[in-house]
Design a protein around this ligand. Structure first.
Ligand code: PMP
Length: 426
Protein backbone atom coordinates (compact mmCIF):
# COMPACT_ATOMS: atom_id res chain seq x y z
CA UNK A 1 0.00 0.00 0.00
CA UNK A 2 3.03 2.29 0.24
CA UNK A 3 4.88 1.40 -3.00
CA UNK A 4 4.98 4.92 -4.44
CA UNK A 5 6.03 6.41 -1.10
CA UNK A 6 8.81 3.84 -0.76
CA UNK A 7 10.17 4.82 -4.18
CA UNK A 8 9.75 8.54 -3.46
CA UNK A 9 11.56 8.14 -0.15
CA UNK A 10 14.53 6.42 -1.81
CA UNK A 11 14.70 9.15 -4.45
CA UNK A 12 14.44 11.87 -1.82
CA UNK A 13 17.26 10.32 0.21
CA UNK A 14 19.58 10.70 -2.80
CA UNK A 15 19.27 14.47 -2.80
CA UNK A 16 17.92 15.49 0.63
CA UNK A 17 19.62 14.37 3.88
CA UNK A 18 17.50 11.54 5.28
CA UNK A 19 14.96 12.30 2.55
CA UNK A 20 13.28 14.99 4.66
CA UNK A 21 13.54 18.68 5.49
CA UNK A 22 12.73 18.21 9.17
CA UNK A 23 13.91 15.05 10.96
CA UNK A 24 10.62 14.01 12.61
CA UNK A 25 9.07 13.43 9.17
CA UNK A 26 11.36 10.44 8.56
CA UNK A 27 9.37 8.25 11.04
CA UNK A 28 12.64 7.22 12.73
CA UNK A 29 11.07 6.59 16.11
CA UNK A 30 8.35 4.28 14.76
CA UNK A 31 10.28 2.93 11.76
CA UNK A 32 8.93 2.28 8.26
CA UNK A 33 8.38 4.60 5.36
CA UNK A 34 6.64 7.94 5.84
CA UNK A 35 3.73 8.35 3.43
CA UNK A 36 4.55 11.07 0.90
CA UNK A 37 1.62 13.44 0.81
CA UNK A 38 -0.17 14.44 -2.36
CA UNK A 39 -2.87 16.66 -0.90
CA UNK A 40 -5.07 17.42 2.06
CA UNK A 41 -8.78 18.13 2.24
CA UNK A 42 -10.59 19.02 5.44
CA UNK A 43 -9.87 16.34 8.01
CA UNK A 44 -8.05 14.09 5.55
CA UNK A 45 -4.63 13.58 4.01
CA UNK A 46 -4.12 11.71 0.72
CA UNK A 47 -0.75 10.14 -0.07
CA UNK A 48 0.82 9.46 -3.46
CA UNK A 49 -0.37 5.82 -3.31
CA UNK A 50 -3.95 7.01 -3.06
CA UNK A 51 -4.30 6.14 0.64
CA UNK A 52 -6.60 8.37 2.67
CA UNK A 53 -5.87 9.19 6.32
CA UNK A 54 -7.79 10.97 9.05
CA UNK A 55 -5.18 13.55 10.05
CA UNK A 56 -4.47 14.14 13.75
CA UNK A 57 -1.24 16.02 13.00
CA UNK A 58 -2.55 18.89 10.89
CA UNK A 59 0.93 20.02 9.86
CA UNK A 60 2.01 19.78 13.53
CA UNK A 61 -0.61 22.23 14.69
CA UNK A 62 -1.19 25.15 12.30
CA UNK A 63 -4.35 23.86 10.58
CA UNK A 64 -6.99 24.35 13.25
CA UNK A 65 -9.76 24.31 10.60
CA UNK A 66 -8.24 21.41 8.65
CA UNK A 67 -6.77 21.33 5.16
CA UNK A 68 -7.83 23.72 2.38
CA UNK A 69 -10.18 25.83 4.49
CA UNK A 70 -12.07 27.81 1.85
CA UNK A 71 -11.74 31.22 3.56
CA UNK A 72 -8.00 30.88 4.09
CA UNK A 73 -7.54 29.52 0.58
CA UNK A 74 -9.38 32.47 -0.92
CA UNK A 75 -7.39 35.03 1.11
CA UNK A 76 -4.12 33.41 0.04
CA UNK A 77 -5.08 33.38 -3.65
CA UNK A 78 -6.37 36.97 -3.66
CA UNK A 79 -3.29 38.24 -1.84
CA UNK A 80 -0.86 36.26 -3.98
CA UNK A 81 -2.35 37.83 -7.11
CA UNK A 82 -1.17 41.23 -5.86
CA UNK A 83 2.45 40.13 -5.50
CA UNK A 84 4.27 37.62 -3.32
CA UNK A 85 6.64 39.84 -1.40
CA UNK A 86 7.57 43.50 -1.21
CA UNK A 87 10.07 43.89 1.62
CA UNK A 88 8.03 46.97 2.52
CA UNK A 89 5.24 47.49 5.05
CA UNK A 90 1.69 46.31 4.31
CA UNK A 91 -1.48 46.92 6.32
CA UNK A 92 -1.96 43.17 6.66
CA UNK A 93 0.86 43.08 9.23
CA UNK A 94 -0.88 45.71 11.38
CA UNK A 95 -4.18 43.89 11.11
CA UNK A 96 -2.71 40.57 12.21
CA UNK A 97 -0.76 42.24 15.03
CA UNK A 98 -4.00 43.90 16.17
CA UNK A 99 -5.78 40.55 16.36
CA UNK A 100 -3.12 39.26 18.74
CA UNK A 101 -2.88 42.46 20.79
CA UNK A 102 -6.65 42.50 21.28
CA UNK A 103 -6.68 38.98 22.64
CA UNK A 104 -3.75 39.11 25.06
CA UNK A 105 -3.78 41.50 28.06
CA UNK A 106 0.01 41.40 28.41
CA UNK A 107 0.77 42.17 24.76
CA UNK A 108 0.96 45.65 23.20
CA UNK A 109 3.24 45.01 20.24
CA UNK A 110 4.11 42.10 17.96
CA UNK A 111 7.03 41.50 15.59
CA UNK A 112 6.55 38.88 12.86
CA UNK A 113 9.21 36.44 11.70
CA UNK A 114 9.15 33.29 9.56
CA UNK A 115 9.27 30.37 12.00
CA UNK A 116 9.00 29.39 15.63
CA UNK A 117 12.77 28.99 15.83
CA UNK A 118 13.27 32.58 14.72
CA UNK A 119 10.60 33.84 17.11
CA UNK A 120 12.34 32.26 20.11
CA UNK A 121 15.84 33.30 19.00
CA UNK A 122 14.65 36.89 18.72
CA UNK A 123 12.72 36.80 22.00
CA UNK A 124 15.85 35.65 23.80
CA UNK A 125 17.94 38.41 22.24
CA UNK A 126 15.30 40.89 23.36
CA UNK A 127 15.30 39.50 26.92
CA UNK A 128 19.08 39.64 27.11
CA UNK A 129 19.18 43.14 25.67
CA UNK A 130 16.55 44.46 28.05
CA UNK A 131 17.91 42.86 31.22
CA UNK A 132 21.60 43.20 30.42
CA UNK A 133 21.94 39.59 31.64
CA UNK A 134 23.38 36.62 29.76
CA UNK A 135 21.96 33.27 30.86
CA UNK A 136 18.88 31.41 29.67
CA UNK A 137 16.95 28.96 31.84
CA UNK A 138 15.15 26.23 29.93
CA UNK A 139 13.52 22.90 30.78
CA UNK A 140 14.44 19.40 29.81
CA UNK A 141 11.98 18.13 27.19
CA UNK A 142 10.78 21.59 26.11
CA UNK A 143 11.66 22.36 22.50
CA UNK A 144 12.11 25.91 21.33
CA UNK A 145 13.46 25.43 17.82
CA UNK A 146 16.91 24.47 16.57
CA UNK A 147 18.97 27.55 17.38
CA UNK A 148 22.41 26.91 18.91
CA UNK A 149 21.84 28.08 22.49
CA UNK A 150 18.73 25.94 22.87
CA UNK A 151 20.16 22.64 21.66
CA UNK A 152 21.35 21.60 25.09
CA UNK A 153 21.34 18.45 27.15
CA UNK A 154 21.92 18.08 30.87
CA UNK A 155 25.47 18.39 32.13
CA UNK A 156 26.49 16.43 35.20
CA UNK A 157 24.17 16.82 38.20
CA UNK A 158 21.11 18.97 38.70
CA UNK A 159 20.93 22.71 38.11
CA UNK A 160 23.91 22.69 35.78
CA UNK A 161 24.73 24.59 32.65
CA UNK A 162 23.92 22.53 29.59
CA UNK A 163 26.24 20.97 27.06
CA UNK A 164 25.46 20.85 23.32
CA UNK A 165 22.95 18.19 22.27
CA UNK A 166 24.11 18.36 18.64
CA UNK A 167 27.50 18.35 16.96
CA UNK A 168 28.05 21.73 15.36
CA UNK A 169 27.02 23.65 18.46
CA UNK A 170 30.11 25.02 20.28
CA UNK A 171 30.05 24.50 24.05
CA UNK A 172 30.75 28.23 24.28
CA UNK A 173 27.24 28.84 22.94
CA UNK A 174 25.45 26.55 25.39
CA UNK A 175 27.42 27.52 28.47
CA UNK A 176 24.87 30.28 29.05
CA UNK A 177 21.93 27.87 29.03
CA UNK A 178 20.82 26.37 32.32
CA UNK A 179 18.76 23.19 32.11
CA UNK A 180 16.10 22.43 34.71
CA UNK A 181 13.67 19.56 35.22
CA UNK A 182 10.09 20.38 34.19
CA UNK A 183 7.52 20.51 37.00
CA UNK A 184 10.32 20.30 39.62
CA UNK A 185 10.18 23.31 41.98
CA UNK A 186 13.22 22.23 44.00
CA UNK A 187 15.34 22.06 40.87
CA UNK A 188 13.99 25.41 39.70
CA UNK A 189 15.02 27.09 42.95
CA UNK A 190 18.50 25.56 42.70
CA UNK A 191 18.89 26.99 39.19
CA UNK A 192 18.13 30.49 40.42
CA UNK A 193 20.54 29.98 43.32
CA UNK A 194 23.24 28.86 40.87
CA UNK A 195 23.15 32.09 38.84
CA UNK A 196 22.23 35.74 39.34
CA UNK A 197 22.72 36.37 35.62
CA UNK A 198 19.53 34.81 34.19
CA UNK A 199 18.05 37.04 31.47
CA UNK A 200 15.03 34.84 30.81
CA UNK A 201 13.23 31.69 31.80
CA UNK A 202 11.73 30.12 28.70
CA UNK A 203 9.05 27.47 29.05
CA UNK A 204 6.33 25.70 27.11
CA UNK A 205 3.62 26.26 29.77
CA UNK A 206 1.77 23.39 28.11
CA UNK A 207 4.58 21.24 26.79
CA UNK A 208 3.97 19.48 23.50
CA UNK A 209 7.47 18.38 22.64
CA UNK A 210 7.94 15.58 25.17
CA UNK A 211 4.53 14.28 24.34
CA UNK A 212 1.73 16.29 25.87
CA UNK A 213 2.80 17.28 29.40
CA UNK A 214 1.26 20.43 30.93
CA UNK A 215 3.11 22.29 33.67
CA UNK A 216 1.30 22.25 36.99
CA UNK A 217 -0.12 25.47 38.37
CA UNK A 218 2.13 25.69 41.42
CA UNK A 219 5.22 25.22 39.29
CA UNK A 220 4.25 28.00 36.90
CA UNK A 221 3.46 30.34 39.81
CA UNK A 222 6.93 29.64 41.16
CA UNK A 223 8.46 30.37 37.74
CA UNK A 224 6.68 33.75 37.78
CA UNK A 225 7.70 34.50 41.38
CA UNK A 226 11.36 33.61 40.89
CA UNK A 227 11.55 35.64 37.67
CA UNK A 228 10.14 38.70 39.47
CA UNK A 229 12.49 38.23 42.42
CA UNK A 230 15.56 37.88 40.20
CA UNK A 231 14.98 40.48 37.48
CA UNK A 232 14.46 37.69 34.94
CA UNK A 233 11.93 37.90 32.10
CA UNK A 234 9.43 35.06 31.77
CA UNK A 235 8.96 33.83 28.20
CA UNK A 236 6.02 31.59 27.39
CA UNK A 237 6.76 29.72 24.20
CA UNK A 238 3.26 29.46 22.73
CA UNK A 239 4.40 28.44 19.25
CA UNK A 240 2.37 25.26 19.72
CA UNK A 241 -0.18 26.14 22.42
CA UNK A 242 -1.06 29.59 21.02
CA UNK A 243 -4.68 29.59 19.77
CA UNK A 244 -4.69 25.82 20.35
CA UNK A 245 -5.04 25.30 24.10
CA UNK A 246 -7.68 28.06 24.19
CA UNK A 247 -8.46 31.34 22.45
CA UNK A 248 -5.49 32.83 24.32
CA UNK A 249 -3.43 29.66 24.32
CA UNK A 250 -1.83 28.68 27.62
CA UNK A 251 -2.52 32.19 28.89
CA UNK A 252 -6.22 31.32 28.90
CA UNK A 253 -5.60 28.18 30.95
CA UNK A 254 -2.89 28.98 33.49
CA UNK A 255 -2.70 31.85 35.99
CA UNK A 256 0.62 33.61 35.50
CA UNK A 257 1.20 35.91 32.55
CA UNK A 258 4.48 35.94 30.67
CA UNK A 259 6.61 39.00 29.92
CA UNK A 260 7.33 37.87 26.38
CA UNK A 261 5.28 35.44 24.29
CA UNK A 262 6.38 33.57 21.18
CA UNK A 263 3.96 32.36 18.51
CA UNK A 264 4.01 30.27 15.34
CA UNK A 265 1.87 27.59 13.69
CA UNK A 266 -1.80 28.73 14.00
CA UNK A 267 -1.00 32.43 13.51
CA UNK A 268 0.17 31.59 9.98
CA UNK A 269 -2.82 29.41 9.06
CA UNK A 270 -0.42 26.94 7.40
CA UNK A 271 1.98 29.49 5.93
CA UNK A 272 5.46 29.95 7.48
CA UNK A 273 4.98 32.55 10.23
CA UNK A 274 6.33 33.13 13.71
CA UNK A 275 6.07 36.11 16.04
CA UNK A 276 7.26 37.39 19.36
CA UNK A 277 5.35 39.87 21.43
CA UNK A 278 5.40 41.80 24.69
CA UNK A 279 4.39 45.02 26.35
CA UNK A 280 5.24 48.38 24.83
CA UNK A 281 8.13 49.13 27.15
CA UNK A 282 9.97 45.91 26.30
CA UNK A 283 9.17 45.91 22.57
CA UNK A 284 10.31 49.53 22.11
CA UNK A 285 13.86 48.32 22.67
CA UNK A 286 13.81 46.64 19.24
CA UNK A 287 15.35 48.24 16.18
CA UNK A 288 14.57 50.59 14.48
CA UNK A 289 13.27 52.41 17.63
CA UNK A 290 15.63 50.75 20.05
CA UNK A 291 19.14 49.31 19.92
CA UNK A 292 18.36 45.58 19.91
CA UNK A 293 18.77 44.38 16.33
CA UNK A 294 16.35 41.97 14.68
CA UNK A 295 15.30 41.74 11.01
CA UNK A 296 13.97 39.57 8.14
CA UNK A 297 13.68 40.00 4.36
CA UNK A 298 10.49 37.95 4.14
CA UNK A 299 9.15 38.75 7.62
CA UNK A 300 5.51 39.84 7.57
CA UNK A 301 5.13 38.29 4.12
CA UNK A 302 1.73 39.43 2.76
CA UNK A 303 0.47 35.98 1.73
CA UNK A 304 1.40 34.52 5.11
CA UNK A 305 -0.16 37.48 6.93
CA UNK A 306 -3.39 37.08 4.94
CA UNK A 307 -3.62 33.39 5.84
CA UNK A 308 -2.96 34.12 9.51
CA UNK A 309 -5.39 37.02 9.60
CA UNK A 310 -8.30 34.99 8.26
CA UNK A 311 -7.46 32.14 10.64
CA UNK A 312 -7.49 34.37 13.70
CA UNK A 313 -10.61 36.23 12.56
CA UNK A 314 -12.44 32.94 12.11
CA UNK A 315 -11.21 31.67 15.47
CA UNK A 316 -12.40 34.81 17.21
CA UNK A 317 -15.79 34.90 15.47
CA UNK A 318 -16.64 31.29 16.32
CA UNK A 319 -17.55 31.39 20.01
CA UNK A 320 -18.13 27.65 20.17
CA UNK A 321 -14.93 26.55 18.40
CA UNK A 322 -12.88 25.59 21.46
CA UNK A 323 -15.85 23.82 23.09
CA UNK A 324 -16.26 21.71 19.98
CA UNK A 325 -12.54 20.96 19.69
CA UNK A 326 -12.32 20.14 23.37
CA UNK A 327 -15.35 17.82 23.28
CA UNK A 328 -14.08 15.95 20.22
CA UNK A 329 -10.61 15.56 21.72
CA UNK A 330 -12.03 14.20 24.97
CA UNK A 331 -14.31 11.83 23.13
CA UNK A 332 -11.33 10.44 21.20
CA UNK A 333 -9.20 9.97 24.31
CA UNK A 334 -12.03 8.44 26.34
CA UNK A 335 -12.57 5.95 23.54
CA UNK A 336 -8.87 5.08 23.49
CA UNK A 337 -8.80 4.76 27.27
CA UNK A 338 -11.73 2.35 27.28
CA UNK A 339 -10.13 0.29 24.51
CA UNK A 340 -6.86 0.12 26.47
CA UNK A 341 -8.70 -0.92 29.65
CA UNK A 342 -10.57 -3.63 27.77
CA UNK A 343 -7.29 -5.22 26.72
CA UNK A 344 -5.42 -4.46 29.96
CA UNK A 345 -2.93 -2.10 28.39
CA UNK A 346 -1.14 0.52 30.49
CA UNK A 347 -2.26 3.79 28.94
CA UNK A 348 -2.27 7.47 29.90
CA UNK A 349 -3.86 10.35 28.05
CA UNK A 350 -4.41 14.05 28.51
CA UNK A 351 -5.66 17.03 26.54
CA UNK A 352 -6.21 20.77 26.78
CA UNK A 353 -8.33 22.34 24.06
CA UNK A 354 -7.28 20.83 20.76
CA UNK A 355 -3.87 19.52 21.91
CA UNK A 356 -3.65 15.97 23.15
CA UNK A 357 -1.23 13.22 24.01
CA UNK A 358 -1.24 9.57 24.95
CA UNK A 359 1.43 7.33 26.38
CA UNK A 360 1.75 3.61 26.88
CA UNK A 361 2.81 3.65 30.53
CA UNK A 362 1.52 3.11 34.07
CA UNK A 363 1.80 6.60 35.49
CA UNK A 364 1.00 9.99 34.03
CA UNK A 365 4.31 11.52 32.85
CA UNK A 366 5.20 14.81 34.52
CA UNK A 367 8.57 15.42 32.89
CA UNK A 368 10.94 14.23 30.19
CA UNK A 369 12.39 11.38 32.27
CA UNK A 370 8.91 10.00 32.98
CA UNK A 371 8.13 9.96 29.26
CA UNK A 372 11.31 7.93 28.74
CA UNK A 373 9.79 5.09 30.81
CA UNK A 374 6.91 4.56 28.35
CA UNK A 375 6.63 1.53 26.08
CA UNK A 376 8.03 2.83 22.79
CA UNK A 377 7.71 -0.51 20.97
CA UNK A 378 4.03 -0.65 21.78
CA UNK A 379 3.60 2.93 20.59
CA UNK A 380 5.35 2.09 17.30
CA UNK A 381 3.05 -0.90 16.75
CA UNK A 382 -0.04 1.16 17.60
CA UNK A 383 1.09 3.87 15.19
CA UNK A 384 1.65 1.50 12.28
CA UNK A 385 -1.55 -0.44 12.78
CA UNK A 386 -3.56 2.80 12.96
CA UNK A 387 -1.79 4.14 9.86
CA UNK A 388 -2.65 0.95 7.95
CA UNK A 389 -6.30 1.52 8.92
CA UNK A 390 -6.19 5.14 7.68
CA UNK A 391 -5.46 7.12 10.86
CA UNK A 392 -2.47 9.44 10.82
CA UNK A 393 -1.05 10.19 14.28
CA UNK A 394 2.15 11.97 15.31
CA UNK A 395 4.92 9.46 14.73
CA UNK A 396 6.49 9.53 18.20
CA UNK A 397 5.44 9.33 21.82
CA UNK A 398 7.44 12.55 22.22
CA UNK A 399 4.99 14.43 20.00
CA UNK A 400 1.53 15.90 20.47
CA UNK A 401 -1.72 15.31 18.59
CA UNK A 402 -3.94 18.05 17.19
CA UNK A 403 -7.69 18.07 16.72
CA UNK A 404 -9.10 20.19 13.91
CA UNK A 405 -12.60 21.49 13.37
CA UNK A 406 -13.02 19.48 10.17
CA UNK A 407 -12.84 16.17 12.05
CA UNK A 408 -16.41 14.95 12.66
CA UNK A 409 -17.92 12.89 15.45
CA UNK A 410 -18.34 10.08 12.96
CA UNK A 411 -14.61 10.27 12.11
CA UNK A 412 -13.86 9.91 15.79
CA UNK A 413 -16.21 6.93 16.17
CA UNK A 414 -14.41 5.24 13.28
CA UNK A 415 -11.07 5.99 14.86
CA UNK A 416 -12.14 4.55 18.21
CA UNK A 417 -13.37 1.39 16.48
CA UNK A 418 -9.98 1.04 14.78
CA UNK A 419 -8.20 1.64 18.11
CA UNK A 420 -10.22 -1.23 19.62
CA UNK A 421 -9.02 -3.55 16.86
CA UNK A 422 -5.44 -2.37 17.29
CA UNK A 423 -5.30 -2.51 21.08
CA UNK A 424 -6.26 -6.16 20.87
CA UNK A 425 -3.10 -6.75 18.83
CA UNK A 426 -0.67 -4.92 21.14
N1 PMP B 1 8.70 26.28 19.99
C1 PMP B 1 7.81 25.28 20.13
C2 PMP B 1 7.04 25.17 21.41
C3 PMP B 1 7.59 24.39 19.09
O1 PMP B 1 6.71 23.40 19.26
C4 PMP B 1 8.32 24.53 17.90
C5 PMP B 1 8.12 23.59 16.72
N2 PMP B 1 7.43 22.46 16.94
C6 PMP B 1 9.25 25.57 17.80
C7 PMP B 1 9.40 26.44 18.86
C8 PMP B 1 10.04 25.78 16.56
O2 PMP B 1 9.22 26.19 15.53
P1 PMP B 1 9.63 26.00 13.99
O3 PMP B 1 9.66 24.54 13.75
O4 PMP B 1 8.57 26.72 13.24
O5 PMP B 1 10.98 26.63 13.83
Amino acid sequence: MFENSITAYEEAKNVIPGGVDSPVRAFKSVGGTPPFIDRGEGAYLYDIDGNKYLDFVQSWGPLIFGHCDKDIEQAVIETAKKGLSFGAPTVLETKLANEIVEMYDNIDKVRFVNSGTEAVMSAIRLARGVTGKNNILKFEGCYHGHSDSLLVQAGSGMATFGSPSSPGVPADLTKHTILCEYNNIEDLRKCFEASDDIACLIIEPIAGNMGFVPANEEFLEECRRLCDENGTLLIFDEVMSGFRASLTGAHGVVKPNADIVTFGKVIGGGMPVGAFASNEEIMNNLSPDGAIYQAGTLSGNPVAMAAGLVSLQKIKADKDLYNRLNAKTQKLLNGFKQAAEKYNIAFQSKSIGSMFGFFFCDIEPKNFKDVGTCDFDRFAKFHHEMLKRGFYFACSQYETGFMCDAISDEDIDNCINAANEVMELL
